[in-house]
Structure formats: structure tokens, C-alpha cells
Design a protein around this ligand. Sequence first.
Ligand SMILES: Nc1ncnc2c1ncn2[C@@H]1O[C@H](COP(=O)(O)OP(=O)(O)OP(=O)(O)O)[C@@H](O)[C@H]1O
Ligand SMILES: [Mg+2]
Length: 261
Amino acid sequence: MASVLELTDVSFVRNGTRILDSVSWTVDEADRWVILGPNGAGKSTILQLAAANTHPSAGTVEVLGERVGKVDVFELRTRIGLAATNLARRIPAQERVGDVVLTAAYAVTGRWRERYESFDLERAAEVMEAWDLAGLSTRTFGTLSDGERKRVQIARAVMTDPELMLLDEPAGSLDLGARESLLESLADYASSELAPAIVMVTHHVEEIPPGFTHAMLLADGRITAAGPLAEVLTDQHLSDTFGVPLQVRQEAGRWSARAKH
Ligand SMILES: Nc1ncnc2c1ncn2[C@@H]1O[C@H](COP(=O)(O)OP(=O)(O)OP(=O)(O)O)[C@@H](O)[C@H]1O
Ligand SMILES: [Mg+2]
């Protein structure tokens, strides 16, 4: 199995602070990873490294077989889908939802715009349908709720057919119904053989979509546990990572956790 992401002894230092410390981690193409850890643990920083948006201070990052720092990152980034809150802020409020999704393809296939136009339109319609956005295509991005915006960001990332999909807190700030329906869409997406390797950052084990295979726990910039979900999501590992006694349960493919008394 080919690895799509390989971090070797990665440290990341900013303003004298060691944000990541000796992180080594491999993601294979059939993997669906979740990264969990307290606020400030370094989760989003790992996604930024995986997206080739930044360089490690020490160690190496290989994404899709290319060593970050040695290749044209603009070319590499077109092969990576990233849905993160800081990107959503760059989408103009007056842009129509259909265009937000469609233009993701033009960033990749710009030169062939004329030739691929109908193909792209069909693909955009298909992606919007899969992510429950079909009814919103003529609305402007600025008028959407937080939950709808999350879906648009993911759909935009899916549209480019990435070889690696990175999701930073896709279910953050969603209400219960919106969260459950997003998890269903994510589970559907993750279960497809055509889907790329996926790495999703979240704060809650309840937000792990069924079908996800691996977990990394991170605290203070260090990996506290990483590997197959069932081996990593134990009371002990979660308690150590979050610094409070926790009890974790798995039922019908879903996880939950609460304080242990
Ligand atoms: N440029 C920077 N200079 C100094 N510190 C930084 C910089 N960028 C990030 N940090 C710090 O690095 C730590 C890790 O940040 P990161 O955003 O990766 O955490 P996170 O695990 O995603 O947290 P959250 O759960 O709150 O999103 C934080 O303490 C943050 O303040
Ligand atoms: Mg974060």
C-alpha cells in the first residue's frame, strides 16, 4: 500500500515555541484518520504541514510521494483537498454557492476550461447533490448558516478530486441535526473505494464518522497514541491526552466519551 503522507521526526517552532515535537506519522492511501487533542495541541499545524502550506523546522514531510521543500508546492497543492475555517474567510460573501463549488475545478483545469466546462458542471451538480447543497446553488455564500458553509467548503475540496483530503473540525459549531447529517455524508464519502486518504481533526470522539480506521492523539505537540481506532481510543489514552479521567464507549460504529467518576 502506498503512503500518501509521511512525517519523520517533525518539529515545528514559531516565536521560540515548540508547537510540534518529534512527530513521526504515516498515512496510507486506504486510511481514514482522525486527529484528537486539547486546544493548542498542534492539530491544525499538522494539517497545514500535510497541506504543504508550511515547512517543518526540523524533520521531513513527504506528501503524495513528494518531499515538501523540494518540489513545486503549487502543483502539489492542487492534489490536496483542504477544508479549514481560515479558507472559508477568503470566499467572497456575494459569490453564489454553485460558483464556489464549480470554481474549485477551474483552479486545477483552468487551461482546459472550454473543453471541460460541461464535465465540470455535471461534476459540480453531482458533488452538490452528495453534500446536500443542491437547493442552495443560487444562494450567496454570505447568506449561509455555519453548517451550510462547512458543507460548501467540503464540496469545494471534493470537487478537485484530491488524492489527500484534509478536514479541520468539519463538524465544529454544528447543531445536533446538522452534525449527524454531515457525519452521514462523511461516512458515505469515506466508504467509497474512489475516496482519497482522509485526515480529519476534531475535538469530540462523537464526531468520528463510521468507517474511519485510525486515530492520532496529540497533546502539547507530541503524539500520545496513534494507530487503529480501537487500539488508540482507550480510557487510558484519552485520559492521558486530555488530562482528565475519561471513559470511552463504542456502539454501532460510533464513539462517545465522558468523565469517569
Ligand atoms: N505563528 C505562531 N506563533 C506562535 N505560536 C503559534 C503560531 N501558530 C500557532 N501557534 C501556537 O501553536 C499551538 C498549536 O496551534 P494549533 O492551531 O495547531 O492547535 P490546535 O490543536 O489546532 O488547537 P485548537 O483545538 O484550538 O484548534 C497553539 O498554542 C498556538 O497558539
Ligand atoms: Mg485547530
